[in-house]
Write a protein that binds this ligand. Structure first.
Ligand code: ADP
Length: 203
């Protein structure tokens, strides 16, 4: 069976006048739909580069990335933008919009996707329930703990019903107890919604 993500002979080389870094060298992997797939490695091993190649934020030097059977290198810019809606991402430092409250952070990707305000608001409230943060709907990111910020980021990442959630060191800034609760939430999301989850963590 072909995976929802197929990486074949992926190579990424960063090169300037004086330096050449082979960040990724002949990577092959297959991630099945509905999997929770972990990638671990030491600092500098190429984890971030790999995860950025999975949604083509970084263009591979050679090799192919297929998502749902589609070779990302063959897509037009518009097709790639649409495809990226299927591939959401969360980060170590959450990347929330500090000037917007929780509700507006979650509505943001919906408004970009053209969803009307009322519908976006309803969807955001539903997502807040899923991540267990209904009572923080009007709070600003600065008023939230790290774990709560990551819950908002997860809600935002799920807003457009992605098929894949990429988690780039998503728990690295959290204490062990909070890490556990975020991993439990990701597991529940995987089980309840069938979203394929890729977790990238340092050693
Ligand atoms: P990790 O996420 O595992 O810490 P990275 O993917 O960030 O590793 O980096 C892998 C290697 O590629 C490192 O040697 C890093 O210095 C290099 N690298 C990453 N991004 C760039 C870039 N934009 N330009 C040059 N070198 C880079």
């Amino acid at each position: 069976m072909e995976g929802i993500i197929e990486v074949r002979n992926l190579t990424k080389t960063f090169e300037d006048k004086n330096n050449k870094v082979e960040a990724l060298k002949d990577i092959n992997l297959s991630i099945n739909k509905g999997d929770i797939f972990g990638i671990i490695g030491m600092s500098g091993a190429g984890k971030s580069t790999l995860v950025r190649c999975l949604n083509f934020l970084e263009k591979p030097t050679s090799g192919t990335v297929l998502v749902d059977g589609k070779d990302l290198s063959k897509l037009t810019a518009k097709e790639l933008r649409n495809k990226r809606m299927d591939i959401s991402m969360i980060f170590q430092h959450f990347n929330l919009l500090m000037q917007k409250n929780v509700l507006d952070n979650i509505c943001f990707p919906l408004s970009i996707a053209g969803v009307n305000k009322k519908e976006a608001r309803e969807r955001a409230l539903e997502l807040l329930k899923i991540v267990g943060l209904e009572e923080k709907v009007g709070a600003y990111p600065s008023q939230l703990s790290g774990g709560q910020k990551q819950r908002v980021a997860i809600a935002r990442a799920l807003a457009n019903n992605p098929k894949i959630l990429l988690c780039d060191e998503a728990t690295s800034a959290l204490d062990p107890q909070t890490t556990k609760s975020i991993l439990e939430l990701l597991k529940r999301i995987n089980e309840n919604y069938g979203i394929t989850i890729v977790i990238i963590n340092p050693f």
